[in-house]
Ligand binder design. Structure first.
Ligand code: ADP
Length: 211
């Protein structure tokens, strides 16, 4: 976040004299408390300053990059998840390819007849299946998919940064976001998190910084 001159001056005053009340800061700047209110709110919300009732403002000692890192570490999967695209495990490879094109996604999640996560099929899995001599209209997707228990998945409450590490470490494009079914017999697919979602989070963070 780019701080304006007045905000920088406020930080200097609080650094030198904190804890200090809003009134006292206003006096030092020859301004009214009301004029300063928006700047103090921004500095407090951004984490540069902290305020305690009946004590005043004090400097947190955190730099812009420390605050940005804290912000990144707090982002949860739920904030950036997309709708999952699922295919029944009885579908053929041909049907899976059609779904991938129509839904414009790079990874399909395969579910069994109970609606639980059974596997994942990526673009290359489908290309590989199409290159063989077998008829894609007759091969079921569950023959060629990567299957449970080898699927890496995540929950809405997980941190996005941890998912980014997993995607890089395992060299995959995305993870299904799941929740445990009520009787705990399997995992229901409730979302999709891919490198694109993480790129969106990155852009949004940069945009926030410019506000
Ligand atoms: P592509 O191979 O099309 O570039 P990926 O890199 O995502 O796409 O997939 C590489 C391999 O990893 C594929 O065989 C795919 O089935 C598998 N895969 C993809 N996502 C997962 C996941 N979340 N868990 C386990 N395996 C996965």
């Amino acid at each position: 976040m780019e701080l304006n001159k007045r905000q920088q001056k406020i930080i200097e005053i609080v650094k030198d004299h904190g804890p200090i009340t809003g009134e006292q800061i206003a006096d030092q700047l020859d301004l009214t408390r009301a004029t300063l209110r928006p700047d103090l709110a921004i500095l407090t919300m951004a984490g540069y300053l902290d305020a305690r009732p009946r004590v005043g403002y004090f400097y947190t000692g955190k730099t812009g990059s420390q605050l940005l890192t804290e912000k990144i570490k707090k982002i949860k999967v739920a904030e950036f998840t997309s709708m999952p695209v699922v295919v029944q495990d009885s579908a053929t490879v041909y049907e899976a390819i059609c779904t991938m094109f129509l839904e414009d996604v790079g990874t399909l999640f395969i579910i069994n007849k109970n609606g639980h996560l059974a596997g994942v099929a990526s673009r290359k899995d489908l290309l590989r299946a199409s290159m063989g001599k077998q008829e894609i209209n007759s091969i079921p997707i569950n023959i060629i998919m990567t299957r449970m228990p080898n699927i890496t998945y995540c929950f809405k409450e997980d941190y996005l940064l941890d998912i980014a590490h997993i995607l890089i470490g395992k060299q995959i494009d995305g993870l299904p976001v799941v929740k445990r079914s009520t009787n705990d017999s399997g995992l229901e697919v409730v979302g999709r998190i891919t490198k694109t979602n993480i790129t969106k989070a990155f852009v949004e963070l940069a945009h926030d910084e410019l506000l």
